[in-house]
Design a protein around this ligand. Structure first.
Ligand SMILES: [Zn+2]
Length: 447
């Protein structure tokens, strides 16, 4: 059944139009900054004009703001600045009015994005947007060293490919058309990991992609047992979860290849992708990025900024000035990269805003919160949950050697990171539960 679905997906994703866009995006990657900005401007005009004509929601907003087609053609960025920030709740409740009713854009697929709570958000996609999305994603693979569009891939994602109750392998499913082995992230226990490694050694993937937490779990096992793998991937691509430095180091060591991070959301946000120099480029040919502070004003260099996005890769359910509730760290000083791409860079993808923790002195601590686990001994996995301003629950999976001094070390680390008034509860678990969509959340703010 997977392969029946896979074939129809394959035909929809990798058709003639895909090839056209893929070729186009390989070229735009190395345009000069001036050229790429010109390209972006043209795409923005097209997007706004389509919404002007075919989206009831935007038609009314443009009318209300007294913006006409000439304003869009003459200065699309000025027009964009006047448009309201689109909040997740509004996109969810008003989706039927927001969608682009251009008769040439029939709905080709409907996706559902899971939120942390409540019902999922509907996401309509048209054929062209699907082709553009896959072309951008494959451009990222091309940039990090893949010549083939379908290298042998192992994918770790939140899809439940095998019933969670299953006790015996296979814990995976194979998609023949895209040469993808879907490995379950729900069955990665110490008992099952040797079976995963055996399968990986037989399959010999060139690319591993998906959730860093799943690959980190595997990597820790491989590193601790000093296992030599019988294959060497070209690269590993992580997405969907925040990638922590510790995870990157462990994964690169275990699989003996580079890890590249990629950001894009299932509702069709533009892409941020890592290049061969390890820099995160904003893919300006996939959308417009606004890096803003809490009051939606431009954020300062060196600060953690809100990501507000306008996307060229979902024309059916437009994302215009969408507050995606993720944040990035802006470089302190302007950066340049000699990888061949001149698109601007961010320092880090910090992750979900909800996951920024708060120190005793009210400062925000982003992904560095996870550093609490750096140098901690006898741990297999850790999660930090802030329950209230002063209460931190540390969930851990431990090895047999874990002892009282390891515990004290963790308590001390929390206090030195968040402040001396912090209260620390350490909870030992067999398996730290996964969050929505099977994602592992290393850092959670629970208030
Ligand atoms: Zn670069």
């Amino acid at each position: 059944m997977l392969n029946t679905k896979a074939l129809s997906n394959y035909n929809r994703r990798y058709n003639k139009d895909f090839k056209k866009y893929f070729k186009n995006f390989k070229c735009t990657w190395t345009l000069s900054l001036e050229e790429i900005k010109e390209y972006q401007k043209k795409q923005l005009i097209d997007l706004l004009l389509e919404c002007f004509t075919f989206s009831e929601w935007y038609k009314e907003i443009f009318h209300h703001l007294k913006i006409n087609e000439d304003d869009i053609k003459n200065n699309p960025y000025e027009v964009l600045k006047k448009l309201p920030i689109l909040q997740k709740t509004v996109r969810k409740s008003e989706v039927e009015s927001i969608i682009n009713k251009n008769p040439e854009r029939q709905t080709a697929a409907v996706g559902y994005t899971s939120g942390t709570s409540g019902s999922p958000t509907k996401n309509y996609m048209d054929k062209e947007s699907i082709n553009i999305s896959f072309a951008l994603w494959k451009r990222f693979h091309h940039v990090i060293g893949f010549n083939s569009i379908h290298p042998k891939t192992v994918r770790f994602s939140g899809n439940i490919v095998i019933p969670v109750k299953t006790k015996k392998p296979p814990f995976w499913l194979y998609n023949i058309f895209e040469k993808q082995l879907y490995m379950s992230t729900y069955h990665l226990t110490d008992e099952n990991i040797p079976k995963y490694i055996e399968k990986l050694n037989n399959f010999k993937p060139k690319l591993l992609d998906g959730y860093p937490s799943a690959m980190f779990t595997l990597a820790n096992y491989i590193n601790q047992k000093k296992i030599d793998l019988k294959f060497s991937p070209i690269a590993i691509a992580t997405t969907s979860e925040t990638l922590y430095d510790e995870q990157r180091i462990a994964i690169e060591k275990a699989f003996n290849c580079r890890v590249y991070n990629q950001y894009a959301s299932s509702e069709g946000s533009p892409f941020i992708t890592e290049c061969i120099n390890g820099n995160l480029h904003l893919n300006l040919d996939s959308g417009v990025f606004e890096l803003l502070d809490e009051n939606y004003n431009p954020a300062l260099p060196g600060s953690v900024a809100k990501l507000v996005v306008t996307s060229f890769r979902n024309m059916k359910t437009p994302l215009i000035r969408y507050d995606i509730k993720d944040s990035v760290l802006i470089p302190k000083f302007p950066k340049s990269c000699n990888c061949g791409c001149q698109m601007p860079m961010v320092e880090k993808i910090v992750g979900r805003e909800d996951d920024l923790l708060i120190a005793n002195n009210d400062s925000y601590i982003g992904m560095s919160a996870y550093k609490v686990f750096k140098y901690a001994k006898h741990l297999k996995n850790g999660q930090i949950v802030q329950k209230s301003k002063y209460l931190f629950v540390i969930n851990i999976e431990i090895t047999d050697d874990f002892n009282e001094s390891d515990k004290e070390f963790l308590e001390e680390k929390v206090k030195s990171s968040f402040g001396e008034n912090s209260k620390v509860e350490i909870v030992v678990l067999d398996k730290i539960p996964l969050g929505a969509n099977g994602k592992f959340k290393a850092v959670i703010r629970d208030f």
